[in-house]
Design a protein around this ligand. Structure first.
Ligand SMILES: Nc1ncnc2c1ncn2[C@@H]1O[C@H](COP(=O)(O)OP(=O)(O)O)[C@@H](O)[C@H]1O
Ligand SMILES: [Mg+2]
Length: 393
């Protein structure tokens, strides 16, 4: 969809901002360009909509050399979102969003309908926010309007230059999540510039890691984190890349332990027997539909005057996650609940209990994930023993 062929940009003062760059972005793909300030990200992006002209090489959009396309017509096919959103202060949110349809000569009603639809899509109720002015919005809301405006004419390509860079980290994470949901619906071809490796990892189908004017590595987030191509990339993704990998490695069924399980209506004596038989200190407690209720410690069942059913002695368990959630979230949940384990449930089947994740299993999963990526094999096929040996070798 977007193809760079040996593209170079040398500014008049002799600065080489981009040096012989070649890469391709597939249709519907979201590629993040990440690297330190001054490495040529913005220059790369602005060459796509011809705000900057390359000094060498060529850029193809859908097979067409863009140097032969009229810039104004080119930009109609390309949405552009920047950090300082650049909303018109004297226009309402709805008018701002309808800017491009208006420029394209759409009928006023159609443009406004489209704008309202887009505001809805980015989570701003048009009946509440449509008539406000930009200075009556929070920073995060302004960024949402910027995204809505860029999408209004339904361009196939979206360029986003540090769009969430100016908002605080909590709002940024929310905007990122909303944007991912939105992208799942609209499937634009997106070039997304950021200097934040976390953001690049969270959003990108693939990541281009920039050094000075060049791409050092162009790969999936997991590969960039797990198998950095050069010492520069390893350094950029950070010495704590194992921790960063936590956010891209999902909990798999094979990561789970199977503790003893009892049910709410079981007699307490049955629970005692189960725990004894398995030598366990606690059991998971499920309800009649095999959904998670909580847990029961062995000492609650062991006292001689313990009677009745499990129900009277069970404790609720708040630390649980669905299968597929990132390990990082599992780690955070453990810390938050000060829990020695978390329960994992299957959201697909109305919350059926699947097993528990312990810190040890989490660590194993992480090591296996890093090693699998270095070897390019599925995680489940790497034996932890091998990983452990490799780590100590
Ligand atoms: N108009 C310009 N004239 C001269 N040098 C420029 C100009 N714009 C950017 N540069 C330089 O080109 C390099 C890349 O800049 P830029 O693409 O903005 O980087 P990034 O977006 O990664 O921070 C930097 O060294 C910057 O100083
Ligand atoms: Mg920049």
């Amino acid at each position: 969809m977007i193809r760079f062929e040996h593209v170079t940009k040398r500014y008049a003062d002799g600065t080489t901002a981009v040096d012989d760059l070649s890469f391709e972005v597939a249709e519907g793909e979201l590629v993040t360009l990440v690297g330190p300030s001054g490495c040529g990200k913005t220059t790369t992006m602005k060459m796509v909509n011809r705000l900057i002209e390359p000094t060498g090489g060529r850029i193809l959009l859908d097979g067409d050399d863009i140097s032969a396309v009229d810039p104004v017509r080119l930009r109609r096919r390309i949405g552009y979102v920047i950090q300082q959103v650049g909303l018109f202060p004297h226009k309402t949110v709805l008018e701002n969003t309808a800017t491009v349809p208006h420029l394209l000569g759409w009928k006023r009603g159609k443009g406004r309908d489209r704008a309202a639809e887009l505001l809805d899509l980015v989570g701003l109720d048009p009946s509440v926010y449509g008539d406000r002015y930009p200075d009556q919005l929070s920073g995060g809301q302004r960024q949402r309007v910027g995204v809505a405006r860029a999408l209004a004419a339904d361009p196939p390509v979206l360029l986003m230059d540090e769009p969430f860079g100016a908002v605080d980290p909590v709002v940024r994470e929310r905007l990122q999540n909303e944007f991912l949901k939105l992208q799942a619906q609209v499937r634009k071809t997106v070039l997304f510039v950021t200097h934040d490796i976390e953001e690049a990892v969270r959003l990108g189908d693939r990541i281009a890691v920039y050094g000075q004017g060049r791409i050092e590595q162009f790969d999936s987030p997991a590969t960039v984190l797990g198998a950095p191509a050069t010492p520069y990339v390893a350094d950029f993704v950070g010495a704590d890349r194992g921790l960063k990998r936590l956010s891209v490695t999902p909990i798999e069924e094979s990561d789970l332990d199977q503790p003893p399980v009892v049910h709410l209506d079981d007699p307490l004596t049955a629970a005692t027997d189960r725990l004894r038989a398995e030598g366990a200190r606690w059991a998971v407690v499920l309800d009649g539909r095999d959904n998670l209720h909580g847990w029961i410690p062995a000492d609650a069942t062991a006292s001689p005057d313990a009677t009745g059913t499990v129900r009277e002695h069970a404790r609720r368990m708040e630390a649980w996650l669905p299968l597929g959630a990132p390990l990082k979230q599992a780690f955070a949940t453990m810390l938050q609940h000060d829990a020695g384990w978390i329960a994992v449930i299957d959201e697909e089947s109305e919350g059926r209990f699947l097993g528990v994740l312990t810190p040890a299993r989490l660590h194993e999963a992480l090591r296996r994930s890093i090693d699998a990526d270095a070897q390019h094999v599925p995680r489940a096929e790497v034996a932890v023993e091998t990983v452990a040996r490799a780590a100590t070798a």
